[in-house]
Design a protein around this ligand. Structure first.
Ligand code: SAM
Length: 220
């Protein structure tokens, strides 16, 4: 287990996760720390994460995504659209080894990164698909589709709802304007019979920040 701590001299060393994070992660802790360390050592050079984000890697990124993962029940199939550095897709894949987690990402070099992380951490439940979410419509449907920082909700719903099974859910990390986004996207949400819309401040680990999680169920 890593004993690293962030220092001004070496910003590529992430802070060590708090003890309550280790407790929350349980059997997933070693792989999550290994993922954080990969991001810290390669993320900036590979254009995945800004240098100023590194000291906040656990709070703003890993635990933020873990809070979203904690909103997802025991489902079999999950797709994360626009995974980028693996946020939240890799975090979900580590926390939910029983689920098949598909990472849909359009940029080739980000897909290369995601595939390397999958191999390095031996994440057999993760699959990386290169392309835009819209290109995969009709191929498969998922119990849950997730996304963080990819697009505004009206666009995201158009791309992602066709990938969600009827009765399944979109589970999104959003900002403070989540409610406004829901109102602006009402037309497209109506097209997919959206129901059970909830916006929740979710904090998987008490000593870290809460995440704004928006959930919308697909109707008929
Ligand atoms: C701002 S980054 C966010 C990455 C990551 N979700 C995060 O929170 O750090 C947005 C990512 O979405 C990808 N992307 C944008 N539109 C997409 C689409 N239609 N289908 C799949 N990926 C998309 C981009 O290539 C980029 O990697």
């Amino acid at each position: 287990m890593s004993e690293n701590s962030a220092t001004d001299d070496n910003p590529s060393v992430p802070e060590a996760p708090h003890q309550d994070a280790i407790d929350f992660l349980g059997a997933s802790a070693d792989k999550m720390i290994a993922f954080a360390n990969l991001l810290a050592s390669q993320g900036e050079r590979r254009g995945l994460i800004g240098p100023r984000e590194l000291p906040k890697l656990w709070d703003r990124h890993i635990i933020n995504c873990a809070s979203l993962a904690s909103a997802i029940g025991d489902v079999r199939t999950i797709a994360d659209v626009g995974s980028g550095a693996g946020l939240p897709g890799i975090v979900i894949g580590i926390l939910k080894p029983q689920a098949n987690v598909v990472l849909i990402e359009t940029m080739e070099r980000r897909c290369a990164w995601l595939s390397e992380v999958k191999e390095t951490l031996d994440l057999a439940n993760i699959e990386v698909l290169r392309g835009r979410a819209e290109e995969f419509v009709g191929a498969r449907e998922y119990d849950v589709v997730t996304a963080r920082a990819v697009a505004a909700l009206d666009k995201l719903a158009r791309w992602c709802f066709p990938l969600v099974k009827v009765g399944g859910e979109l589970v999104l990390l959003k900002g403070q304007r989540a409610q406004e986004e829901v109102e602006s996207a009402s037309k497209v949400l109506g097209r997919y019979g959206a129901r059970d819309v909830t916006i929740e401040q979710r904090r998987a680990v008490p000593s870290y920040s809460a995440a704004t999680v928006l959930r919308i169920r697909r109707g008929k």
